[in-house]
Design a protein around this ligand. Structure first.
Ligand code: HEM
Length: 136
């Protein structure tokens, strides 16, 4: 089934992006204190993870549209879960990019707060994913 393969390959990207957005800030917090150049590189990796999530999430919708001629018909809790994921992804990408460009100027407290916020956004999106899946 070509649509199953398209879904599965897009979901592979989406799953690895999910691992990156959760794993990178958890690693940065556990490994702290790190030199600011390493935090810059980690923030870049985190931003890449969020960008992959946005692209592959949109890709899952695109596969559905391509093969079935419409987007998944979701209501109520599933819509709230999707909006939560979108908000987390937009905030996570913006914050990771900001941390990437400012890590060398920010002090340790500012960097730690940013990593905590990134971890919280990723955990929220991951929790919302379960509600999107089972209320769709
Ligand atoms: C722009 C943001 C996002 C969009 C548009 C999006 C969209 C989607 C869609 C359409 C699905 C398939 C749902 C289904 O099988 O019914 C999905 C699954 C999933 N998403 Fe996202 N997503 C986004 C962000 C995220 C983020 C940030 C994470 C994790 C941190 C994430 C984690 C997951 C996981 C783990 C699944 C698989 C759920 C399962 O089948 O049990 N997503 N996403």
């Amino acid at each position: 089934m070509p649509e199953n393969l398209a879904y599965a390959l897009t979901q592979v990207l989406h799953n690895f992006g999910g691992v990156a957005v959760v794993g990178v800030p958890v690693f940065a917090l556990r490994a702290a204190p790190l030199p600011s150049e390493r935090e810059t590189r980690l923030a870049r990796l985190g931003a890449l993870g969020w960008a992959v999530q946005i692209a592959s999430g949109a890709g899952l919708g695109a596969v559905s549209y391509y093969y079935y001629g419409r987007l998944p018909d979701i209501h109520g809790v599933a819509v709230a879960a999707l909006v939560t994921k979108l908000a987390c992804a937009a905030g996570g990408l913006a914050l990771a990019l900001r941390l990437q460009s400012r890590a060398e100027r920010w002090n340790e407290v500012q960097r730690k707060l940013s990593w905590r916020a990134l971890a919280a956004l990723a955990a929220t999106a991951l929790a919302a994913a379960a509600f999107l899946r089972w209320f769709s």
